[in-house]
Design a binder for this molecule. Structure first.
Ligand code: ATP
Ligand code: MG
Length: 757
């Protein structure tokens, strides 16, 4: 049975997963000793085949149950000897139940990491597992442990960075709650341990509690959910020591500041501040209990089990000290947070029968004015009126109640988002790589995974677009480049099709008739609404195979990971993300320095980024790039940066939706494995030659190990002589025009000998 492990696998399209597996399994020998049988609940059960006649088989299950079933419904299982192999590539039968079983077998023994060819799969244990810390770090460094681990990935990245002199990236993906952020921290821990010495590594690790306090929140899916994407680029000097770092963040979920769903919280830092501020600070900021603030009240959830917000506050302050945010600045940061909380409590009174309002001059309004350093009257004006230019005249228009609320919330969101950006800037200044930019870098990407909920809005639209791009990067790297390289180098290798998601990307990016262009166009029209946007999509994109118009204001996109229906309600407003010029002017006139910095950043950004006639309408609104377009720009920049690195992929898997240890739901895991292409990768890697090296490099690297002189000194002859000396089997490598190609694991022996010599 083990022989089938090396049997060639058929070339099939990945677009039909069901067919793919039946094709692959049909290659298996007919003798099915152990088989998987799918129960009505969708789970697979392992049984032994007692007899088989024609189309029917009799199968017995562990508890003594015996069933007569259709033979075609059985899927071959691997022999016991392969239970829990640490690389899925070693499985003889590579079908879905076998992969699920293997991951579960390991998971039950706290072996949460498994390789899927070049990809590391990490199944969230939802409990402390004894796999981390200094002893483990040393063991991975010395290579005395070989089992798959984030440490092993980080170690490979460090080695390849210095060996190939190429920047590296560790790309972590997975659903919310799957463990991306924890995994990123574990990788950082390893890099810090190996590259430490200068002290900067300590600062780098301390950025985590800060960014989590300001950018994470409790959601229904994850008590510590990151509401932004993050790329941290860690720089190394020529001697392999960490010399600095740079953090880039993506698309913070601003709306959470002013609204969140039942059972969810706003950003951790608000609760930490209210719980942990010493009494002097509390007094200064006029801080009340969390339950007193409207913005925090809505979720009806104030604490997280097992988390002490006041202790967290202490940790965040300490971390801010470490990254050189002065005590003075820290106090200004807390004042901004308090201002946001008090803004949420500002209320309005109706002045006339046209619903025009002014803000109530109560303690909320007074506190906000005091905290940001402006006149109460100016604040009131900014919240209840709008200056407009009509012809050559400036007129002042009173706002209605709903307009005033939108204006107030927009100000709160902007202050918070600017504060977040400012903090990231401060951190980056502290971590800045000195002028001597010698070395190489390893980047770690922790970005939201594909999202598909009952109701999907603008945020999911952006997140899933980002995931399409990342998936293309993954595909390109693992499949396309691989194939192209084989072909270029004259290697005989069966072509493998893979799902190219270029069509879906075109649906988003095409100009002028793509989702993003049409969204921006509609956002510039003063009379554009979510329904006019939805109608425009239906009109222009109806023939696109990746697009489907839905009833009312909805549309469906066929993503690589499945179909998602988006409800366009709120799309235009979120994309425009307007802050009235009145609000910006208010901030720029404040006595406190942070609001002034925020205002000037906003104005700078508008000036720098304006490309089209966006938001001209309305006259006095700030002109700025739309959210979707800015995000697209960031994404392109990110992809460009990733393209120039050697990527290492980690796919995090969430085994249950309860955030609880020990429960492994097969259906949930399977859906995630399908989404991220893990199964496909294994199949392709196993049938390919993933390790490759140019003739020159190979000869240079291992030539000195040759025991006998080679007649000709050209790299190819030297290389072939090395291969012979080390008895590398012919089926394990191929010689291309410029490179040598190896199956997985073949270079190991050579490297070991080299390192011993
Ligand atoms: P989101 O997309 O919502 O930010 P995420 O993928 O970043 O989700 P994490 O916050 O990293 O998810 O993980 C969720 C929780 O799972 C953690 O708070 C922790 O309790 C647990 N967890 C994840 N990985 C591990 C691990 N390796 N060991 C122990 N617990 C873990
Ligand atoms: Mg996270």
């Amino acid at each position: 049975d083990l022989d089938s492990a090396t049997a060639p696998l058929p070339s099939v399209s990945t677009s039909n997963i069901e067919r793919r597996w039946s094709d692959i399994t049909s290659y298996a020998p007919k003798k099915k000793v152990q088989s998987w049988f799918q129960l009505p609940n969708g789970n697979w059960e392992l049984g032994k085949i007692i007899s088989s006649s024609g189309t029917e088989s009799v199968i017995s299950f562990p508890e003594g149950k015996v069933l007569k079933v259709n033979s075609d419904s059985l899927i071959p299982a691997n022999p016991d000897i392969l239970d829990g192999v640490d690389d899925l590539m070693q499985l003889s039968y590579l079908n879905e139940p076998s992969v699920l079983y293997n991951l579960q077998y390991r998971y039950n023994q706290d072996m949460i990491y498994t390789k899927a060819g070049p990809v590391l799969v990490a199944v969230n244990p939802f409990k402390a597992v004894p796999l981390y810390g200094n002893d483990y770090i040393q063991a991975y460094k010395n290579k005395s442990i070989e089992s798959p681990h984030v440490y092993a990935i980080a170690d490979t990245a460090i080695r390849e960075m210095s060996r190939d002199e190429v920047n590296q990236s560790i790309i972590i993906s997975g659903e919310s709650g799957a463990g991306k952020t924890e995994t990123a921290k574990i990788a950082m821990q390893y890099l810090a341990a190996l590259g430490g010495g200068s002290g900067i590594e300590y600062e780098i690790l301390k950025t985590n509690p800060i960014l989590e306090a300001f950018g994470n929140a409790k959601t229904l899916r994850n008590d510590n959910s990151s509401r932004f994407g993050k790329l941290i680029e860690i720089h190394f000097s020529e001697t392999g020591k960490i010399s600095g770092a740079k953090i880039q963040t993506f698309l913070l979920e601003k709306s959470r500041v002013v609204q969140c769903a039942e059972g969810e919280r706003s950003y951790h830092i608000f609760y930490q501040l209210c719980a942990g501020a010493p009494s002097a600070l509390k007094e200064k900021l006029n801080l009340k209990d969390v339950g007193e603030y409207n913005y925090l009240k809505q979720g009806n959830c104030y604490s997280i089990s097992g988390v002490d917000d006041s202790e967290q506050f202490r940790i965040v302050k300490e971390a801010l000290d470490v990254v050189h945010v002065s005590k003075e600045d820290q106090e200004s940061v807390f004042a901004m947070l308090a201002a946001v909380l008090w803004l949420g409590n500002v209320s309005f009174t109706i002045l006339d029968n046209e619903n025009h309002v002014e803000a109530v001059a109560d303690e909320s309004l007074i506190n906000v004015a005091k905290l940001i350093g402006c006149d109460i009257a100016d604040l009131n004006l900014a919240l209840s009126t709008r200056k407009m230019r009509v012809g050559n005249d400036n007129i002042v228009q009173k706002l209605t109640l709903s307009q005033a609320i939108v204006t107030r919330d927009a100000l709160a969101k902007s202050i918070y988002a600017c504060l977040f950006e400012w903090l990231v800037d401060q951190i980056n200044k502290s971590l800045a790589v000195g002028k001597r930019r010698t070395g190489r870098s390893i980047s770690i990407l922790d970005i939201y995974g594909f999202e598909s909920f009952d109701r999907n809005s603008f945020e999911q639209f952006c997140i899933n677009y980002a995931n399409e791009r990342l998936q293309q990067h993954f595909n390109r790297h693992l499949f396309k480049l691989e194939q192209e390289e084989y072909i270029q180098d004259g290697i005989d290798w069966a072509k493998v099709d893979f799902d190219d998601n270029q069509d879906c990307l075109n649906l988003f990016e095409k100009k002028p008739l793509g989702l993003l262009s049409l969204l921006d166009e509609e956002s510039t029209f003063p009379n554009g609404t979510d329904s006019s946007f939805a109608n425009k999509l239906k009109q222009h994109l109806k023939s696109n195979p990746c697009f489907r118009g839905e009833r009312e204001k909805a549309f469906t996109v066929s993503h690589f990971a499945g179909e998602v229906t988006y409800d366009t309600t709120g799309f235009l407003e979120k994309n425009r993300d307007l802050l009235h010029l009145d609000s910006i002017q208010l901030l720029s006139s404040c006595l406190c320095h942070l609001p002034r910095i925020f205002a000037s950043n906003m104005l700078n950004q508008s000036e720098k980024l304006v490309v089209g006639p966006l938001h001209k309408a309305g006259g006095a609104d700030s002109q700025k790039l739309s959210v979707a377009t800015k995000f697209k720009g960031q994404l392109f920049q990110l992809m460009q940066r990733l393209e120039s690195t050697t990527p290492h992929f980690i796919r995090c898997i969430k085994p249950n939706n309860l955030q609880s240890p020990g429960s492994y739901e097969q259906g949930l895991v399977l859906q995630q494995l399908r989404c991220c292409g893990v199964l496909e990768v294994v199949r392709i890697s196993r049938s390919g030659f993933p390790t490759r090296m140019s003739h020159q490099k190979f000869a240079r690297r291992y030539g000195f190990l040759l025991l006998e002189n080679v007649a000709s000194q050209d790299p190819l002859s030297v290389s072939v002589a090395i291969l012979h000396q080390f008895n590398i089997l012919p089926e394990m490598y191929q010689v291309g025009y410029t490179k040598l190609f190896f199956r997985t694991g073949q270079i190991g022996a050579l490297e070991d000998t080299r390192n011993r010599t």
